[in-house]
Design a protein around this ligand. Sequence first.
Ligand code: FES
Length: 159
Amino acid sequence: MSAFAPWSIEQAEVVVNKCASRTGPVLLTLQALQCEFGYVHPDAVPLVARTLNVSRAEVHGVLTYYHDLRTSPAPAHAVRICVAEACQSVGSGAVVQRAEGELGVSMGERSVDAIDLESVYCLGDCALGPAALVDGQLLGRLSPPQIAAVIASLRSESA
Ligand code: FES
């Protein structure tokens, strides 16, 4: 069960209005919306712009500048596989291919069961490549069968 409220424009108005009188309100307001809903719904952009009397472009600029701000709900799980040179030289390509096959998506996409598959460029674990970060946990010396087992384990956690 999510710790976040489901998106609603009415609740978003309450959050935005609370932030309107604060200093530096655009970033604070977007952070407050993310705290409430887990992400910033695209419909919040005109609401924030109108309430804070700034342009939509300014709100959109702040929203896209800060990588910690999300514009879609967080995934159930995140699998980030290193595709930098050292990991590629020891077989990360095969690990990526297996992960894509298991999840039915390409790198940069989300599976139907809300598992994000992303590429990263070096996790600082080059000696133990192929490396991956799975829900924040660093894994090394991954093989294609191991990444398949990791994904199966994530799915059983979610079930
Ligand atoms: S190249 Fe993959 S962890 Fe450094």
